[in-house]
Write a protein of this length. Structure first.
Length: 296
């Protein structure tokens, strides 16, 4: 399979095409997007997977962590992203609480994402312990992605955002998690915040494509958060984040420049203003002249 150059017509990415990419050792790309404009730009950059991550709780909504975001909030953003994505595979995070209260409710919520936001895959955090639930959702014709290692929805159980899989016991559990997800038939597995060596072992072991974030270069693909690559966050970046642009500086400069122009009467100029047609202007002048004459 060959890479499609950016800007050229490309085929829609599907769950099957991700497997093909793994088979052919073709790296898979994934970025988060949270709104229409971001989604269009990411999709038009020929990124394979657009993820409406629940990280939007922090990046877009200013929550402290991902735990408080609701189905309604995720749906609102997923619908906007759907309108901007043409070719990438559209994936959404099931928010905390939307799949923890029983399989019926989990299937209902996953189906809501498909029916109301047109998403193609739902992502669920957790490994071995989620395998039965994931099978139930797949049985309802809804593709599911897994997410293991540092799972942000477990922040309180993990006592913070810490690299996982550092002891032999933890590595064994991660392998069991990955194999369980592989057997359950997930579309791909996100490996977050684990040592490179462990991610490489998992990637070699499973047939499912692995997508790493803070998991080293040996995964089948890589995912980063939109706001991280653009410096749109207000905290120092994690070790694995590579910044490809400085949108914060750009936006800040533009906002300050706008303010300066307005308060110094430099904006708007005459050429940035609408004008009356000549006949109306002449007629208006005549009316105003008459009014002035009557006042005298
Ligand atoms: O919510 C998110 O952005 C994610 C990625 C970090 C994989 O789950």
């Amino acid at each position: 399979m060959s890479h499609t150059p950016i800007g050229e017509p490309r085929q829609r990415i599907t769950v099957a095409s991700l497997r093909e990419k793994k088979l052919h050792h073709e790296p898979i790309t994934c970025l988060t997007a949270y709104d229409y404009s971001g989604a269009r730009l990411v999709d038009e950059a020929a990124i394979d997977i657009v993820l409406v991550g629940d990280s939007l709780a922090q990046t877009m909504l200013g929550y402290e962590n991902t735990l408080s975001i609701t189905m309604e909030e995720m749906l609102h953003h997923a619908r906007a992203v759907r309108r901007g994505v043409k070719n990438a595979l559209l994936v959404v995070d099931m928010p905390y609480g939307s799949y923890h209260l029983g399989p019926d409710e989990a299937v209902r919520n996953a189906a809501t994402f498909m029916k109301e936001a047109g998403v193609e895959v739902v992502k669920i955090e957790g490994g071995e312990k989620r395998a039965d639930l994931i099978r139930r959702i797949i049985d309802a014709e809804i593709p599911v992605a897994g997410h293991i290692g540092l799972t942000p929805q477990s922040v309180n159980v993990m006592s913070g955002y810490k690299v996982q899989g550092k002891s032999l016991t933890a590595i064994e559990q991660l392998m069991r998690d990955a194999v369980a997800l592989d057997r359950a038939g997930v579309a791909f597995i996100v490996l977050e915040g684990i040592p490179r060596e462990v991610a490489a072992m998992i990637t070699a072991e499973v047939e499912t494509p692995t997508i790493g974030i803070g998991a080293g270069p040996d995964c089948d693909g890589q995912v980063l958060v939109f706001h991280d690559i653009l410096n749109l966050v207000f905290a120092p970046p994690a070790k694995f984040v590579r910044r490809y642009g400085d949108a914060a500086a750009l936006i800040s400069h533009a906002a300050q420049q706008f303010r300066t122009d307005v308060i110094s009467h430099q904006y708007p100029s005459d050429s940035e203003s609408y004008h009356l047609p000549k006949e109306t202007r002449v007629a208006l002048e005549t009316v105003l002249d008459r009014k002035r004459a009557m006042r005298r």
